[in-house]
Write a protein that binds this ligand. Structure first.
Ligand SMILES: Cc1cc2nc3c(=O)[nH]c(=O)nc-3n(C[C@H](O)[C@H](O)[C@H](O)COP(=O)(O)OP(=O)(O)OC[C@H]3O[C@@H](n4cnc5c(N)ncnc54)[C@H](O)[C@@H]3O)c2cc1C
Length: 806
C-alpha cells in the first residue's frame, strides 16, 4: 500500500469508482480507492440498473446524459464487458399538472440535447404493446436511455482507472480520517495509513459514520427499497425489441423487462422506512440483502399488475431488497465539505447507477481544475447546514421516498422537517397569513394569504397572483415591510480586513465609514463564485451579507481566501441579527417615527449605512440599500429585539398604508429593476462580462480573478445575459426554458416573474451574444407554449434609479 497519494477515495461503489476513473481521465493518476469488501459490495451490487434521462433539473440531466453515453461506450473504452440496454423510457402522466411538468422537462431535453417526444395515450401501444394506459393523459418518451448491469459499469470504470495508473485497495477497511498540521489528510486503514492532499467520502450507507470522524455532518438516510422479477413470459420472449422502462405515478413504480420476465420496483407511498434502525450495519455487512417486507408492497404491486397485466400473470422468481441512500432533497452530495479544504463528499445517491458516471466526471473536473463545466451548486454538500440533523434527514428523506414519482409543483416543499430556523417574528408573521418557504432551514415568508386557503401549488400562476400584486404595488406606491432575516451575515475584522476584502472582491471596498458596495468573489479563472454586500462600519470592521443558502459556501470562500499571516478574522453572525426591509416612497416617514437618526437625503445617502437606535433598541444597523429599487432601509437588528422594531414600524406604517410583503413580491420588484440574483443569473459558469456586471469590476486594483476577467473582456463573451419582455400570460419563466430564434435554440432563461408596476412578464436569459440587441425578437418555450419575447435594453422600472436616490 502507498503511504502517500494525491487523492484517497473511501468506498468502491459506483460513485467512488466513477470518480476515480474520471480523476484519472482528467490527469490525476496518483489516486487511490480503498474499499472494505469487494467493489460494488454496498448498494451498487443489487441495484436494478435503470438510467433515465427524464429529469426536472438541467444540470442533473447533464449528469444522467453523460452517464448513459459513457456506459454505452464503456466496453470499447476500457475493454471490460458492459451489458448496456438502450431500450428507452416512458414516463406517464395522469393529471393536468403532471402533463405541464412533462412539458417543462421537454424544454430541458432541448437544452440538454437528448431525444424526447411528448406522446398521447393512443400512441403508447406502438412503444409498449403490453401497457394498459388507463387514466394516462400523456407520456414522455425518451429514446436513448435504458438500463445496465451496475456491476459491469463499476468494474469497467475500475479497470479503466487502473489502466491510467489509479490503484484500488480491496478488503481494506478505513477506520479513521485525521487532518494533519500540514493541511493534508491521513486516512487510517486496517492495512496501514495513507497521507493525501484530498480525501473523498464515497462510503455510501456508511458515509455519515465516516464523516463523523472529522466532525462532518452527512445528511443521508438509508431507505429500504425492493424490486422483484417474474419468471420469463412467452409474450416477452417473442418480442423483437426490448420494451422501454416505464415510470408510472399510478403504481408509483418502475416497470420493465428483465431476462424475459417483468421487473417491478415500487416506491411505497406511506410505509417506507430506514434500514437498520437508522444506523449503518457492522463493517462486515457485504453483498447481503435485507429481509424483504412484501406485505407492505401489495397495494403498489396490485396497481402495477393493472398497469402491466403480464406482471400479474407470472410467478415471482427473485426479490431484491436493500438499502438505498437518500438525502433530504433527493439529490446526491458532491463537492467540498464545509470547513478545512480538500475534504470532499461524493455520496448520498439514490439513483447512483444513472448518476455514477456523470457525477464522477463533474466532481473530477471540480477537483482537478477548480471548477466543473456544469453548475454544481445543486450538488454542493454545503446546501445543508448543521440544522440537517439525523431526525430531520430521516423524516424528509422518508417523505422524499414516498414522493419518488409525485409531481412537485414549483415552490412546493416537503411538509415534514419544518420550523427548524425561525426569526423572532415568526409567530407574528404566521398570524398575518405568511406562507412560508424553507430556505437553508429557515422559514421565510413567500407571500401573505388572508383567505386562509394557503398556496395552491401549480405549474401555472395560481391563487397567490392577486395578493402578490397587491404586495408589490404597495411597495411601489406606498411602503412595504419584509422579514429578510435569512441573509447570511459575517463580520470581517482586523488590521488587514480592508486589504483582504480589496484583494478578494472585484469591486472597490469603501474608503469611508458607512460606505456600502456590492462585491463579487471570482474564481481565479474569472467566474462568479459569490456575491456580497459589504458595509464598512470602521476601517477594521466590515459587515458582510450574502444569500441565505450560501451561509457555509461563503464562509468557506472567505476563510479559504485568507493568506497565512493575514490579520483578519471572520465571524458568522447570521443568527445574531434579524433583518427587516422597509421600502417604498413613504419609507422615510415610517422610519422617522421610530428613530431620531437623521434620515434626510443629505445626511443619509443611498448606499450608506450607520448604527442607530430604533424603537428604543440600540445597535440597529441601518443600511440604505434594497433589492426592490425603492427608497428604503434594511434594518439589521439584534435578533432578540427585532419584534420591538417590527411593532414600531407596523404601527407607524398604519397611516401610510404599510403592507407586509414576501419573496414572491420581491422577485417581481427585483426583476422590474433588472437586478441579477446569485445562483440564478450569477453563477460560476459565467464571467462578470457575460453577466453584464462589469460596472461592479474595478480594474484599477488587483483582485483574485482579475487577469482572467481582463482576458475574458478581450476575448468577448461566450454568452450574454439578456433582459426580455415575454408574452406569457399563464405562467412565468422558472429558469432553464429554451430560447429559440426560429427553430434554433440560442440560449436559456435563468428565471423571471411578472412585474406588476410595469405590467410586463420579464425574464433574464443567457443568449448567443451576437443576437442580443435592443428589440431583438425570440421565442421562449414556457410549459409547452412558444411565447414571443423581446430584448429590452434597460430596467423596465426606474432605469435612472431616481426612486432609490429620493
Ligand atoms: C434495490 C435497489 C434498486 C436500485 N435500483 C437503482 C436503479 O435502477 N438505478 C439507479 O440509478 N440506482 C438504483 N439504486 C440505487 C443505487 O444502488 C445507489 O444509488 C448506488 O449504488 C450508490 O452508490 P454508492 O457508491 O454511493 O454506494 P455503495 O454502492 O454502497 O458504495 C459504498 C462503498 O463504500 C464502502 N465503504 C463504506 N465504508 C467504508 C470504509 N470505512 N472503508 C472502506 N470502504 C467502505 C462500502 O463497502 C461500499 O462498497 C438501487 C438501490 C437499491 C437498493
Amino acid at each position: 500500500m502507498k503511504s502517500h497519494a494525491r487523492v484517497v477515495v473511501v468506498g468502491g461503489g459506483v460513485m467512488g469508482v466513477g470518480l476515480l476513473y474520471h480523476l484519472a481521465l482528467e490527469g490525476w493518476t496518483d489516486v487511490v480507492l480503498v474499499e472494505k469488501g469487494e467493489l460494488t459490495s454496498g448498494s451498487t451490487w443489487h441495484a436494478a440498473g435503470q438510467c433515465p434521462h427524464f429529469n426536472g433539473s438541467l444540470n442533473m440531466t447533464r449528469v444522467h446524459l453523460y452517464s448513459t453515453q459513457l456506459y454505452a461506450r464503456l466496453e470499447e473504452l476500457t475493454g471490460h464487458a458492459v451489458s448496456w440496454h438502450g431500450c428507452g423510457g416512458l414516463r406517464l402522466a395522469s393529471t393536468d399538472e403532471e402533463v405541464l411538468w412533462l412539458k417543462h422537462v421537454y424544454g430541458i431535453s432541448r437544452l440538454a440535447g437528448y431525444e424526447a417526444h411528448l406522446i398521447g395515450p393512443a400512441e403508447i401501444p406502438q412503444h409498449h404493446p403490453y401497457l394498459d394506459a388507463f387514466g394516462v393523459k400523456a407520456a414522455f418518451l425518451t429514446v436513448t436511455d435504458g438500463h445496465v448491469s451496475p456491476s459491469d459499469i463499476t468494474h469497467a470504470m475500475a479497470a479503466g482507472a487502473r489502466k491510467l495508473g489509479a490503484e484500488v485497495y480491496r478488503r481494506t477497511l478505513v477506520t479513521d480520517i485525521k487532518r494533519l498540521a500540514s493541511g493534508e489528510w491521513q486516512v487510517v486503514t486496517d492495512q496501514g495509513s495513507i497521507v493525501c492532499e484530498h480525501v473523498v467520502n464515497s462510503a455510501g450507507s456508511y458515509a455519515d459514520v465516516v464523516g463523523a470522524w472529522t466532525g462532518h455532518n452527512v445528511p443521508i438516510a438509508n431507505m429500504l427499497h425492493h424490486y422483484m422479477i417474474t419468471e420469463p413470459l412467452q409474450e416477452l420472449i417473442d418480442l423483437e425489441r426490448e420494451l422501454p422502462v416505464v415510470r408510472d405515478p399510478y403504481s408509483h413504480a418502475y416497470l420493465r423487462e428483465e431476462t424475459n420476465g417483468v421487473l417491478v420496483g415500487p416506491y411505497e407511498t406511506a410505509t417506507a422506512h430506514v434500514c437498520w434502525d437508522g444506523r449503518p450495519p457492522a463493517w462486515d455487512f457485504e453483498s447481503e440483502l435485507i429481509a424483504p417486507e412484501l406485505d407492505r408492497l401489495v397495494p403498489s404491486l396490485e396497481r402495477a399488475a393493472e398497469r402491466f397485466p403480464l406482471f400479474g400473470q407470472a410467478g415471482l422468481k427473485t426479490v431484491i431488497s436493500g438499502a438505498i441512500t437518500h438525502t433530504p432533497d433527493g439529490v446526491y452530495l458532491s463537492g467540498p465539505a464545509a470547513g478545512p479544504p480538500n475534504y470532499w463528499m461524493h455520496t448520498g445517491a439514490s439513483i447512483g447507477i444513472a448518476q455514477g458516471g456523470g457525477a464522477g466526471k463533474y466532481l473530477a473536473q471540480w477537483m482537478v481544475h477548480g471548477q466543473a463545466e456544469i453548475n454544481m451548486r445543486e450538488f454542493d454538500p454545503r446546501r445543508f447546514g448543521p440544522w440537517a440533523s439525523r431526525e430531520y434527514t430521516t423524516a424528509v428523506a422518508t417523505e422524499d421516498y414516498h414522493h419518488m414519482y409525485y409531481c412537485y409543483k414549483p415552490a412546493e416543499q416537503h411538509a415534514v422537517g419544518r420550523g427548524l430556523r425561525k426569526s423572532t417574528l415568526y409567530d407574528r408573521l404566521a398570524g398575518e397569513g405568511a406562507q412560508f418557504a424553507q430556505v437553508f432551514g429557515w422559514e421565510r415568508p413567500r407571500w401573505y394569504d388572508t383567505s386562509g386557503t394557503g398556496e395552491r401549488y401549480s405549474w401555472l400562476r395560481s391563487n397567490w397572483w392577486e395578493p402578490v400584486r397587491a404586495e408589490a404595488l404597495a411597495v411601489r406606491e406606498r411602503v412595504g415591510l419584509m422579514d429578510l432575516s435569512t441573509f447570511s451575515k459575517y463580520e470581517v475584522t482586523g488590521p488587514d480586513a480592508h486589504a483582504f476584502l480589496e484583494r478578494i472582491c472585484a469591486n472597490r471596498i469603501p474608503a469611508r465609514d458607512g460606505g456600502i458596495i456590492l462585491g463579487h468573489l471570482l474564481t481565479p479563472a474569472g467566474f462568479i463564485e459569490s456575491e456580497l454586500t459589504v458595509t464598512r462600519l470602521a476601517a477594521d470592521h466590515y459587515y458582510v451579507l450574502s444569500a441565505a443558502v450560501a451561509q457555509l459556501h461563503d464562509r468557506d470562500q472567505l476563510e479559504w481566501r485568507k493568506r497565512p499571516g493575514e490579520r483578519v478574522a471572520i465571524a458568522d453572525v447570521t443568527d445574531e441579527f434579524g433583518t427587516l426591509v422597509l421600502a417604498g416612497p413613504r419609507a422615510r416617514e415610517v422610519l422617522s417615527a421610530a428613530t431620531r437618526a437623521d434620515l434626510g437625503n443629505a445626511a443619509f445617502r443611498w448606499l450608506t449605512g450607520r448604527v442607530a437606535d430604533v424603537a428604543g433598541v440600540p445597535g440597529v444597523r441601518l443600511l440604505r440599500v434594497n433589492y426592490v429599487g425603492e427608497l428604503g432601509w434594511e434594518l439589521h437588528t439584534p435578533m432578540r429585539r427585532m419584534p420591538e422594531v417590527y411593532d414600531a414600524l407596523r404601527s407607524a406604517g398604519v397611516a401610510h398604508g404599510l403592507k407586509l410583503f414576501g419573496t414572491y413580491a420581491m422577485n417581481s420588484l427585483r426583476i422590474e429593476k433588472a437586478y441579477r440574483g446569485w445562483g440564478s443569473e450569477l453563477t460560476n459558469e459565467v464571467t462578470m462580462i457575460e453577466a453584464d456586471m462589469e460596472r461592479f469590476v474595478n480594474y484599477d486594483k488587483d483582485f483574485i480573478g482579475k487577469d482572467a476577467t481582463v482576458a475574458a473582456r478581450r476575448a468577448g463573451p461566450r454568452v450574454l445575459l439578456a433582459y426580455l419582455d415575454v408574452e406569457a400570460r399563464k405562467a412565468d419563466c422558472l429558469g432553464n426554458e429554451p430560447v429559440y430564434r426560429a427553430e434554433r435554440v440560442v440560449g436559456l432563461t435563468t428565471g423571471g416573474a411578472h412585474g406588476f408596476a410595469v405590467d410586463k412578464t420579464l425574464t433574464f436569459a443567457y443568449l448567443d451574444p451576437a443576437l442580443v440587441k435592443d428589440g431583438a425578437d425570440f421565442e421562449i418555450l414556457v410549459r409547452g407554449e412558444r411565447c414571443r419575447a423581446r430584448v429590452i435594453a434597460q430596467p423596465a422600472y426606474d432605469p435612472k434609479n431616481e426612486r432609490l436616490r429620493a
